[in-house]
Design a protein around this ligand. Structure first.
Ligand code: GLY
Length: 393
C-alpha cells in the first residue's frame, strides 16, 4: 500500500489520462509504494466505454504481429489472477467470462482466409481447432445455415470493459491514488526534465515522473517536445449493443466473429444479456459520429452470421477512438525526455493488454528499466522519423 502524497499537488508519479491504461498504471504504481496521482476529467471514461472487451490474443493474430502476440499472450495469461485480485480488492464483478471464441467463414474466400489464419496460429504454437460448418452450428445453433467452417479458440475470453474501468477507479481510490478530475492543459519541463502538468484551470501538479496515458489524445498534450510526442492517431470504431431475452436461453454461448466481404464483425454475448456487436474501423480523425452507414453495415454483417439478431432490441449505438500506432503495438516506457514515460498506442488490444501494461509500467517506474517482455515496445523504436510524422489535426 502506498503512502499518500505529502501534498495533493505533488506526487512521485502523475498519470495523464484516466482510461483503463492510465488507471492500471496508477494502481500498480501505488501498490509499489509510489505516491501517485491521475489527471482526467472523467476517470474510467475513454475507449473502454465503447470497447467490446474481447481478450482475443489468438483470433486477432495478424501477419507480421508476432512480437505483439507475445505481449498479448503474456497479458492473457495474467487475466485470471488480475481479475480475481481486482474483484477481491473492490468487490466489483468484472464480467470476466472464459467463454471462448468461434471465428467462422461464410463463403469460400473467407474460408480460405480462415484456413491461412489457422496455419499461422499453428506455426505460432497457438491452440485452435478447425471445425466444419455443421460442427460450428452444433456449438452455436443460431448461426446461419450458410456457415462454411470455423476456428474454435477456447482460450480467447471476454471481460466487460465498463465494469473493468469502474473497478480500476475503485482500486485506485483504495490504494491512495489521488484523482484530479480535470483536464491536463500542458506538460511542464524544467532543466531538460518533465516536472508535471498545468491543468486546464491553471493548477500546477508536480511529479517526479509523468506518464502520458491519454489514449488517442496522447499526441496532443501541449508542452511535449516534438521529438518525444507519441505517434498515435485516432481510429474510430462504431459499436452496437443489443439485448438478448433471458427467457429463450442464450442466443450465443461464446464470442462469434467473422470477416464478411472484407469487414471484420464480432458478436460478444454477456451473461447480463447484453450482446455487443462491433466494430467499424475508420480513419476519420476525431469524428465520433454514429452514422446510419456504420450501424447498417454492422447489422447487415452480424445478421448474415446470426439471422436471429434482427428480433433483438437495439439498446445503444456508440463510437470510440482506438489509439492507433504506426506498428499497431503499444508504446511503453521512458521517452527521450527524462521524467516522461508513455503508456499508449494500444490500438485494438487495450483491454487485453491492461494487466501486462500495469506490471510493465510499475516495473519501469520503480527501476527505470523496461522488463524484457516489454523491451520491443519502447517508444524509442520510432525515433526521429516518427516524431516528424504529421500529428492528427
Ligand atoms: N479489439 C476489437 C476492436 O478494436 O474492434
Amino acid at each position: 500500500m502506498s503512502s499518500p502524497p505529502s501534498s495533493p499537488r505533488t506526487s512521485d508519479v502523475l498519470v495523464v489520462g484516466g482510461g483503463i491504461i492510465g488507471l492500471v498504471t496508477a494502481w500498480r504504481a501505488a501498490q509499489h509504494g509510489l505516491a501517485t496521482a491521475v489527471v482526467d476529467p472523467e476517470p474510467g471514461g475513454g475507449a473502454a466505454q465503447v470497447a467490446a472487451g474481447m481478450l482475443a490474443a489468438v483470433t486477432e493474430l495478424h501477419y507480421g504481429e508476432q512480437t505483439l502476440l507475445a505481449l498479448n499472450l503474456a497479458s492473457a495469461r495474467r487475466y485470471p489472477d488480475f481479475a480475481a485480485e481486482l474483484t477481491d480488492l473492490t468487490g466489483h464483478d468484472l464480467g470476466y467470462r472464459r467463454c471462448g471464441t468461434l471465428a467462422v467463414a461464410l463463403d469460400a474466400d473467407d474460408r480460405a482466409h480462415l484456413r491461412e489464419l489457422h496455419a499461422l496460429q499453428q506455426r505460432s504454437g497457438l491452440e485452435s481447432e478447425w471445425l466444419a460448418g455443421r460442427e460450428c452450428r452444433r456449438l452455436e445453433p443460431m448461426l446461419a445455415p450458410g456457415v462454411r467452417g470455423g476456428l474454435r479458440v477456447d482460450g480467447d475470453h471476454q471481460i466487460d470493459p465498463r465494469r473493468l474501468a469502474r473497478a480500476l477507479v475503485a482500486a485506485c481510490e483504495r490504494s491512495g491514488v489521488v484523482l484530479h478530475r480535470t483536464r491536463a492543459g500542458r506538460l511542464t519541463v524544467a532543466g531538460g526534465r518533465a516536472t508535471g502538468v498545468v491543468t486546464a484551470d491553471g493548477t500546477a501538479l508536480a511529479a517526479g515522473q509523468v506518464v502520458l496515458a491519454a489514449g488517442s489524445l496522447s499526441g496532443r498534450l501541449a508542452g511535449v517536445p516534438k521529438d518525444v510526442l507519441p505517434p498515435v492517431r485516432p481510429v474510430k470504431g462504431q459499436v452496437l449493443r443489443l439485448t438478448m431475452p433471458r427467457s429463450h436461453g442464450p442466443l450465443l454461448s461464446r464470442t462469434v466473429r467473422a470477416v464478411v466481404r472484407g469487414n471484420p464483425v464480432y458478436l460478444v454475448p454477456r451473461e447480463s444479456g447484453e450482446l455487443v456487436v462491433g466494430a467499424t474501423s475508420e480513419e476519420l480523425g476525431w469524428d465520433t459520429t454514429v452514422t446510419a452507414g456504420g450501424v447498417y453495415e454492422l447489422l447487415r454483417d452480424a445478421h448474415e452470421l446470426v439471422p436471429g439478431i434482427t428480433e433483438l432490441p437495439l439498446t445503444e449505438t456508440r463510437a470510440g477512438l482506438r489509439p492507433g500506432s504506426p506498428d499497431n503495438a503499444p508504446l511503453l516506457g521512458p521517452t527521450g525526455l527524462p521524467g516522461l514515460l508513455l503508456a499508449t498506442g494500444h490500438y485494438r488490444n487495450g483491454v487485453l493488454l491492461t494487466p501486462v501494461t500495469g506490471d510493465v509500467m510499475a516495473h519501469v517506474l520503480t527501476t527505470g528499466e523496461l522488463p524484457d517482455e516489454a523491451r520491443p515496445f519502447t517508444p524509442r523504436r520510432f525515433g526521429a522519423a516518427a516524431a516528424l510524422m504529421e500529428q492528427p489535426a
